[in-house]
Design a binder for this molecule. Structure first.
Ligand code: GLN
Length: 475
């Protein structure tokens, strides 16, 4: 069975018509991984026999019955490794399922394979993985984006029908844009974070990578909803995300934030996004320019808040309860120092140090407290804009996929990869990246992503706006 062009929607049709069996589908995914992944490096591990056994019992009448889904290495799947692409979790096996995994199973899906990522989801290129490099399926010399680079690459390379990733500052949308697939970050509190290894708890959200907007709606449907085990998940009903997908954007007002078209962005990226905006105009949407005046503070703000939370969250990796532990320590302090010194990579250490600094007495007010106030201003920018418009359109990334190694020496350059995605996390709103054409860069055709943002908990509208472009563009 050919996986190229096989969406979840199409696979479901074939499964329900009995034209393929769930076992055949898992076999086809596995064969595609065997053929393609040596070149891409998107998967860290997978348990083929287990997936096959689940497929043999799959109930294809369920919403995702028999559909294999790849999972970022930061989400716990009972009985499988969950290393967060870090040396410090070497040998760790997840003792339980994250809520999203339980929900996927309840919807009939089969978690299959752990995907590569930047260590503890810190990065924009997947080069911070302590385990391996992942290559962009379009050009092996380029990065797939990050931190969920493996999850994006395996969908784009047709080694998976769909995958889950996490987005703290852009880690679903940016790799989706750079690899050429759909990536959805739900609103904060829409999807349970229970069983997700926390990076920055007030920003992290789990979401899907898919080939189409229609498929993104299906996966969101399965994983959304309140969870008593995550007190930040909101107790509000889950709407039907597919019901109004094809209702179009006629009469909608879509805003183009002027701060999202900055100097230094790739002119071809800008051209593709402006063309997409014209498509919306052609579909009957009214396009208006809007301003999000505090955008320029978003990156700095994020790197204070995210590192502060990371420094607290990563304190639990002490070599006592999980994974790696230093050998023959002299005493307890030596045990902690050596376990963490040897177990964490450079970027993770940089963030722990930065986060500890901004939280330390004497600096707390100057950095952390002020960052929280700026976060409020950024959220208000969106509230203000959404009083005038139904959704916002922008590029997802200012540049197409860059070359492996190109930005590793300069952390600031790497941090700027998320300049357009970070604000949505700070505000807690939902956002999606969908493919909108290509650049011609050094003789290679590289994907461009269109970012759409919608108000808090308005995923129904977000998906409808995204689907309108997708169907007009003939996807
Ligand atoms: N690239 C950003 C960072 O390095 C975002 C990561 C993410 O969303 N997990 O923190």
């Amino acid at each position: 069975m050919e996986l190229a062009g096989t969406t979840i929607t199409k696979a479901r049709r074939l499964l329900q018509a009995g034209e393929i069996s769930p076992v055949q589908l898992v076999d086809a995914v596995n064969a595609s991984i065997e053929q393609t992944d040596p070149k891409v490096g998107g998967y860290l591990s997978r348990d083929y026999e287990r997936a096959r056994a689940l497929a043999a019992e799959a109930d294809t009448s369920l919403p995702l019955g028999g559909i294999p889904i790849a999972i970022k290495d930061v989400i716990n799947v009972q009985g499988e490794p969950c290393r967060c692409a870090s040396k410090i979790l070497t040998g760790y096996t997840a003792p339980y399922d994250a809520t999203v995994i339980k929900k996927l199973r309840a919807a009939g899906a089969i978690p299959f394979g752990r995907t590569n990522m930047d260590e503890f989801a810190m990065g924009s290129s997947t080069e911070n993985s302590a385990i391996q490099i992942t290559r962009n399926p379009r050009d092996p010399e380029r990065i797939p984006g990050g931190s969920s680079g493996g999850s994006a690459a395996v969908v784009a390379a047709n080694e998976a029908l769909a995958s889950l990733g996490t987005d703290t500052g852009g880690s679903i949308r940016q790799p989706a844009a750079l690899c050429g697939c759909v990536g959805l970050k739900p609103s904060y509190g829409r999807v349970s974070r229970y069983g997700l290894v926390a990076f920055a708890s007030s920003l992290d959200q789990i979401g899907p990578f898919t080939h189409t907007v229609e498929d993104a709606a299906l996966v969101l449907q399965a994983i959304a909803g309140h969870d008593p085990l995550d007190s930040t998940s909101l107790d509000v009903p889950v709407p039907d995300y597919s019901a109004t997908l094809n209702d179009g954007v006629k009469g909608m007002k879509l805003g183009v934030p002027k701060e999202y078209f900055v100097e230094g962005m790739d002119p071809q990226v800008e051209a593709r996004v402006r063309e997409a905006i014209e498509v919306y105009r052609g579909l009957g949407a009214e396009i208006v320019e809007v301003s999000l005046p505090h955008t320029k503070y978003a990156v700095a703000d994020y790197y204070i808040i995210a590192t502060a939370e990371a420094s607290a969250n990563l304190a639990r990796f002490d070599g006592v309860r999980y994974g790696k532990r230093a050998e023959a320590p002299r005493d307890l302090a030596d045990h902690y120092a050596r376990t963490r010194g040897e177990g964490f990579g450079k970027e993770v250490k940089r963030r722990i140090i930065l986060g500890t600094y901004v939280l330390s007495s004497g600096y707390y007010d100057a950095f952390y407290l002020r960052a929280q106030k700026v976060r409020t201003l950024i959220r208000r920018d969106f509230e203000e804009a959404f009083r005038k418009v139904d959704g916002l359109l922008s590029p997802t990334s200012p540049v197409p996929a860059f070359k492996i190694g190109e930005r590793m020496a300069d952390p600031l350059q790497m941090y700027l990869a998320d300049i357009f995605t970070i604000a949505a996390n700070l505000a807690g709103i939902c956002a999606i990246s969908i493919p909108c054409g290509e650049t011609e860069t050094d003789g290679k055709k590289l994907p461009v992503g269109l970012q759409i943002m919608a108000p808090f908990f308005e995923e129904v509208r977000l998906l409808r706006i995204a689907r309108a472009y997708e169907s007009a563009a003939g996807c």
